[in-house]
Write a protein that binds this ligand. Structure first.
Ligand SMILES: [Cu+2]
Length: 169
């Protein structure tokens, strides 16, 4: 998927660069036609419509949607200087987990990392708000919750963990 996106991006960049170069060249010449202003307006509106279309078409599923249905699990996470409280130690494998995240003091960032310390999902933790993010774990194991926003001298100690376990149906 990545090479395809890179190729499409390079082609679109080349087309935009070509249009830009033609516009600059056209602007340096005296206008030869009366309708050149009209054509420029059409070109600008065409590019705007094209840009809006590409933006909408390239947006994937809205990232803030919360899983619903009877399968969904709720895990409440509260942050503070400098700790994370998670209301469970075990999370089921293969089920959508809705993390409801808040903080008791300052802003924090809740990031969930797998055992290779790859960031899987993150959401801002804000005082007075409960932010939500959904993630479905597809591998069992120990997962780390780290703070992703500098929040004071012991920011680096702000960690907790939970296990993702296979559950029988
Ligand atoms: Cu923090």
């Amino acid at each position: 998927m990545q090479p395809l996106i890179l190729t499409i991006s390079l082609v679109v960049m080349a087309v935009v660069a070509l249009l830009f170069w033609r516009s600059v060249r056209a602007a340096s010449k005296p206008p030869q036609q009366e309708n050149v202003g009209k054509r420029r307006t059409q070109l600008i509106w065409g590019l705007v419509v094209f840009g809006v279309f590409i933006s909408i078409a390239s947006l994937r599923e809205w990232p803030h949607a919360i899983a619903s249905g009877e399968d969904a699990i709720v895990v409440n996470v509260t942050g503070g200087q400098w700790w994370w409280e998670i209301d469970t130690e075990e999370v089921p494998l293969g089920k959508p987990v809705n993390f409801f995240v808040t903080t008791e003091d300052v802003n924090h960032g809740m990031g969930i990392y797998n055992s290779d310390m790859q960031l899987l999902v993150q959401v801002q933790a804000m005082p007075g708000y409960t932010n939500k993010v959904t993630y479905t774990f597809d591998e069992p194991g120990l997962y780390q919750v780290l703070c992703m926003e500098y929040c004071g001298v012991s920011h680096h100690d702000m960690t907790n963990e939970f296990n993702v376990v296979a559950v029988d149906q």
